[in-house]
Design a protein. Structure first.
Length: 254
């Protein structure tokens, strides 16, 4: 049986410390602060160890990244609990698919230009058609481009004419290049007041809603779209198939 070498283990730990602690100065934990002489000795040990085994640096970085990921996941879980009310309640600037009184709530964060979000759209539509006990609260976040912002403004502005979902679906399924003229044309096809929609797109309430959605995703640790949060507790980051989503919902509701 191969014995573990203490020195590599010790060096790996020291390397993680050097990566995560400030080079000089103050730390919130006094025990984590090394004296100048101690740091010189540690650096000497690490340098020699890296010469003997260069993979130690990679191991140290991986250990630190894993720790950071665990901390972020823990923080995200706590934030989801704190923000649960916002994830279960439809705001006036949100869209809704399904029965407003459905027992299961899925909050979806999406970008109208996101290809994976476009793939998720028919999945979510089918879900609420087949499962009357599920509703989808739609929260648009323009993270990909200025054009995403333009489309997001149009989608939220459409709530003033009770047509959030219709505008969202039209924009996300359109084969045309989306610009202001395209948006006005789509609004006319939906029998909306296109001129008023353009005015409403610049309203403070629309800007505040977009900023609020973006801040919420930041607080929740959401890094991309689509992102689904089921019943204000279980988060799914990225696209998911209909069957897998159905399985997750069934498991959570048992």
């Amino acid at each position: 049986m191969k014995k573990l070498s203490f020195r590599p283990l010790m060096t790996g730990s020291l390397l993680s410390c050097l990566i995560s602690f400030p080079v000089i100065g103050h730390s919130e934990d006094p025990a984590a602060t090394f004296s100048s002489q101690q740091r010189k000795e540690i650096i000497s040990i690490v340098r020699q160890a890296l010469k003997d085994d260069p993979t130690l640096l990679e191991t140290g970085i991986q250990t630190l990244m894993k720790k950071k990921e665990q901390q972020r996941a823990s923080l995200s879980t706590q934030t989801i609990k704190e923000k649960k009310g916002l994830l279960l309640r439809q705001l006036p600037t949100d869209g809704l698919m399904g029965d407003p009184n459905a027992a299961t709530t899925i909050a979806e964060f999406y970008d109208p230009n996101c290809g994976y979000c476009k793939k998720m759209l028919p999945i979510l539509i089918d879900l609420v058609k087949k499962h009357k006990d599920v509703k989808i609260i739609l929260k648009v976040i323009p993270i990909l481009s200025e054009n995403s912002k333009l489309q997001s403004q149009a989608i939220i502005a459409a709530t003033r004419q009770n047509n959030y979902v219709a505008m969202m679906r039209s924009l996300m399924t359109s084969q045309e290049d989306i610009n202001l003229n395209t948006i006005k044309s789509i609004a006319q096809k939906l029998k909306l007041n296109a001129d008023q929609l353009v005015i409403d797109m610049k309203a403070d309430s629309v800007t505040n809603a977009l900023n609020g959605n973006l801040q919420l995703t930041h607080d929740l640790g959401i890094e991309g779209t689509p992102a689904l949060i089921i019943n204000g507790e279980h988060i799914i980051q990225g696209a998911i198939s209909y069957d897998n989503l159905e399985q997750v919902i069934d498991k959570l509701n048992k």
